[in-house]
Design a protein around this ligand. Structure first.
Ligand code: 5GP
Ligand code: ZN
Length: 112
C-alpha cells in the first residue's frame, strides 16, 4: 500500500521512533508546529476516524494513553498540551492514515 505512515510503521521509511509496540508507533512530525509535535498512529491502516469500528475503540484509547505517556516524557504534562485528530478535507487531514497530533511546549490558540 502506498501510504507514507504505513511505511514509517513498517520501518521501510526510517524516522526517529519516539515509541512503538505491537499496535502503535509514535514519531516526530516532519514539519513541527510547536516545540513538541509528535504523531501517534496505529500500525493498522485506517484512513480516518470516521472509518473506525466498535472493535477499534480500545485501539484509540491506547493511542491516547501513549500520547499522555509521551507528554510526560517530554516534560509538558504540567504545562499542558493539545491532542488533535483531523478527519477528511474540511478537517484538514492531509495524510489518510489515522494519527493523533501531540502538540505542546507553547501556548495554543483558542479554537474558533
Ligand atoms: P494531517 O494534516 O493529515 O492531520 O497531518 C499530517 C502531518 O503529517 C503533517 O503535520 C505533516 O507535517 C506530517 N507529515 C507528512 N509527511 C510526513 C513524513 O513523511 N514524515 C513525518 N514524520 N511527518 C510527516
Ligand atoms: Zn497507512
Amino acid at each position: 500500500m502506498d501510504c507514507i505512515f504505513c511505511k514509517i510503521a513498517s520501518g521501510e521509511i526510517k524516522t526517529n521512533i519516539a515509541y512503538q509496540d505491537e499496535t502503535a508507533v509514535a514519531f516526530p512530525d516532519i514539519n513541527p508546529k510547536a516545540p513538541v509535535h509528535l504523531l501517534i498512529i496505529p500500525r493498522k491502516h485506517i484512513e480516518c476516524i470516521a472509518d473506525l469500528t466498535v472493535d477499534e475503540e480500545k485501539l484509540m484509547g491506547h493511542l491516547v494513553s501513549i500520547a499522555n505517556k509521551l507528554a510526560q516524557q517530554q516534560g509538558i504534562s504540567k504545562s499542558g498540551y493539545r491532542l488533535v485528530i483531523n478527519c477528511g478535507p474540511h478537517g484538514g487531514q492531509v495524510v489518510p492514515h489515522i494519527h493523533i497530533h501531540l502538540l505542546g511546549g507553547r501556548q495554543m490558540g483558542r479554537l474558533g
